[in-house]
Design a protein around this ligand. Structure first.
Ligand SMILES: [Zn+2]
Length: 430
């Protein structure tokens, strides 16, 4: 195909994907229109023992859950189909030959190849990102973001991710070329320093690209959270509130950083929407992650996980090339054109292994909940905060087992409310 034809063809594919997703979403909206009408107010109900009753899912939350699941299935199909298309259509090889014709320096060719593949995957995922990250959020009424600011956010993340992915991809490619065997082991171990660098760099340099981080406005709340931190023996903790309300109505909080960069970040929606007791419970949960050393443990487990994932990827990629390589003119795993094969198997095994990583983080989240109840002695707020999250994040309290294993890195709200009701009841009534 001529270069000009190829561009027209590619644009047509993007337009086709967009229209197909639009039609699918419209059919879905018509089919489930009866769920879209109700409001999402959840009434807090408590039984005679001061236990919070797990609420029923609201209609709009059911709608959000169903549409979210549909987009999730479509995203899996696309993640696997796009690299497969690059391999089978011969585009992976053509791109390599074109770059070799136009550029001399080998390293530059590798960098441009990886960057082009990343850009291709990014562009083909863009229509679904739009429906998933923008359209759906507007539809269920959780988004505060304008289309323009969504585009700016996507563009910024493209810049950051394309640079980091190209850099890491280049490094992995070099290792794969030099190492005779066990490239997976070297690359897997390399995730350790990469993760550590990420934890050091992200909160200080990347997060502020997207949002504004300010000290907590409510000084009484700040005092009470720091008092809680003192009781948990956490020194030099900084508290920030971040302007997430410009994007979403959803609530969240997280803890990140190490040493004197360690911080608890509360989304401004969280501070506005929760009672003081609930905010303290959320902060205590984050302190739990820190005290129970969840970040270093996750980094270590993450490296083991990566080694296993990369082992499977390398083994299956090699087997695929041995079997089908001649036909596709891809003769070795060291061939640049083999990169989409590696991406395909990497995506496939990442998906198949998600229940393991999700199970691990669900366990850590459960531990942090337990820690929060013990530190605050406030079972009640720990349960009511889940009800507020349900309402604000328009989510359902309970999901089926398959979805839980593949998509939930936190226990379900139902499990968290029931745990808060039952665990070591302190009977503190706020
Ligand atoms: Zn957590």
């Amino acid at each position: 195909m001529k270069k000009k034809h190829r561009v027209i063809y590619f644009i047509s594919v993007l337009v086709f994907l967009f229209i197909a997703l639009y039609i699918t979403t419209q059919i879905f909206q018509v089919k489930y229109s009866y769920l879209m009408k109700g409001n999402n107010t959840i009434e807090l109900k408590v039984d005679s023992n001061n236990n919070v009753i797990v609420p029923d899912a609201t209609d709009i939350a059911k709608f959000n859950y169903k549409l979210g699941t549909l987009y999730w299935v479509l995203s899996i199909a696309l993640t696997l189909a796009i690299p497969l298309y690059l391999i089978v259509s011969g585009s992976a090889t053509e791109l390599k030959l074109w770059l070799k014709d136009h550029f001399r320096r080998n390293n530059l060719i590798i960098i441009l190849y990886i960057f082009s593949i990343f850009t291709f995957l990014f562009l083909t995922s863009l229509p679904l990102s739009f429906f998933r990250g923008y359209y759906k959020m507007k539809l269920i009424g959780i988004s505060n973001e304008s289309l323009f600011s969504w585009i700016i956010r996507v563009f910024k993340s493209f810049l950051i991710n394309s640079i980091t992915t190209t850099f890491i991809g280049f490094l992995c490619y070099k290792i794969l070329n030099k190492a005779k065997k066990c490239a997976y082991l070297i690359i897997g171990l390399l995730t350790l320093p990469l993760y550590i660098m990420g934890t050091l760099i992200y909160p200080l340099y990347i997060d502020p690209v997207f949002n504004e981080f300010k000290p907590l406005e409510n000084k009484i709340l700040e005092y009470k959270i720091k008092d809680l931190a003192n009781r948990a023996d956490i020194k030099d903790l900084t508290l920030y509130e971040v302007d997430k309300s410009k994007e979403t109505k959803a609530m969240n909080a997280y803890m990140t950083g190490v040493g004197n960069t360690k911080r608890i970040v509360l989304w401004d929606n969280t501070i506005k929407g929760l009672s003081e007791g609930e905010t303290l419970v959320v902060a205590a949960h984050e302190m739990g992650h820190y005290k129970l050393k969840h970040i270093p443990k996750s980094i270590f487990m993450g490296a083991l996980y990566s080694i296993f994932l990369l082992y499977l990827t390398e083994k299956f990629s090699r087997a695929f090339i041995n079997k089908k390589g001649n036909k596709l003119k891809i003769y070795s795993i060291k061939d640049l054109a083999a990169i989409p094969i590696i991406i395909l198997y990497f995506s496939l095994f990442s998906l198949l292994l998600t229940p393991i990583s999700n199970g691990y983080t669900r366990y850590q989240e459960w531990q942090a909940d337990k820690f929060a109840i013990e530190l605050t002695e406030d079972n009640f707020s720990n349960a009511t905060v889940e009800v507020k999250f349900l309402q604000n994040n328009i989510s359902v309290p309970n999901v089926n087992g398959f979805i839980k294993f593949f998509r939930y890195d936190h226990p379900t709200p139902k499990e968290r409310i029931e745990f808060s009701n039952g665990y070591n009841k302190f009977n503190k009534i706020p």
